[in-house]
Design a protein around this ligand. Sequence first.
Ligand code: NBP
Length: 479
Amino acid sequence: ASANIGVVGLAVMGSNLARNLASREGNTVAIFNRSYEKTETLVSEHPEAGFIPAKTYQEFADSLQKPRTAIIMVKAGRPTDAVIDALVEVFEPGDIIVDGGNAYFPDTIRREKAVRETGINFVGAGISGGEEGALTGPSIMPGGSDESWITLGPILKSIAAVAEGEPCVTHVGHDGAGHFVKMVHNGIEYADMQLIAEAYDLIRRGTGKSPAEIAEIFAEWNKGELESYLIEITAEVLRQVDAETGKPLVDVILDQAGAKGTGAWTVQTALSLGVPVSGIAEATFARSLSSHPEQREVAGSLPGPDDAFTVADEAAFIEDVRLALYASKIVAYSQGFDEIRAGAAEYGWNIDLGAISKIWRGGCIIRAQFLNRIADAYAAEPGLPVLLTAPYFTEAITRAQAPWRRVVVAAAQAGIPAPAFSSSLSYYDGIRADRLPAALVQGQRDFFGAHTYKRIDKPGTFHTQWSGDRTEIEAEDTH
Ligand code: NBP
């Protein structure tokens, strides 16, 4: 046994992660793939890595030092279960199996429980940053036991991205906590991307600027408070010219956005936790809406506003859009962290929200300057109930709110869809409202279903006898 770490699954993510591991001081990497050709190819293409190839799971286990540590990078779902079952056969109590794939966190909770019964540790670790991140340094979100973190921590720290001198990995919490946080990361990513897309659409339709000109605007924005990987790559995409047609690439790409499911998981989970992640939900639905050409075709004849969309002061409008984007982005992150907070409470995870914002500063798709401000906010007040009430964000929204409203109004009047901008603004106005029409909803619920209500002026639960003499009685709390 001479390897301190192993990788199972050598498609693009696994090979890159294995190469990343091998490139770090002190690591010797054992590798295994179901079909051996991939293993052979990786060994022959990367002799510098000093991989120890295994043909069978038994050979793989024999090549690992104890406690054995192996990272699985295979297709999420059944393939992951198949590999776990195989590893459990050849591993021993105290060994560590890490699932680095994009597992749905309830699967991770189930797997952790089952594997723990054998005495083997199971760690679900979210790994963000795609192929490039896996090779050069991803952001890693591991769950699992404290015991496994002792062995795993130094290994993961050795391969993670580094942001401001700190590795982008932390022990998120037990069992499924890591995959939960990775899921929410992806949900925030959906919102961030949709917001940027709405900003581009509004500027283009409001000013008539070309994609290349708008690329310059994004490149400029990337020097300020919006600095982030997504803004940076947006400029790159907008600048790209299609070789075949000579048109901007963005005009040649079919306008139907795909999704692999993590955005939907984020929203489904938020619904069951009762957390309003409306920006993330709208971003997810915007992709769904785009992907129904048969509906868009028939709906294309529906009327829009009569007046053409014109912007009087282009520079002022662009600045308004920038601020609307910033404010909406703050809302999306605030909602995402709210979901993590609620998930932690529901599943009993002790998650340090500030530490999460720090490990997203490098290696992952939503990496951004802005995450430092989130870290500051949680450092100042770890129990902060609503992120956007932290002083820094309150100041930013105070600055942005009038432009934000102007942009949402302009979009509505021009007939330009801005679902993430407008739902974020509605969330903002809802969460800060003194009174909400929820009181009326409670009245309606009591009317048709005797669901009862509480009063603002005395304790207890009440019901109005709507079908009788409409007097109020004290009732049992039935919600
Ligand atoms: P894939 O998701 O395409 O999976 C291919 C790998 O799974 C191959 O090694 C394949 O072995 C193995 N595999 C399958 Br399929 N069924 C198996 C089974 N029953 N037993 C053993 N191995 C099996 O690979 P990927 O794109 O590298 O992604 C790996 C994981 O990382 C996924 O969970 C993915 O969601 C996650 N992830 C991907 C990205 C990305 O940018 N691609 C980013 C972040 C996370 P074979 O060679 O024998 O067919």
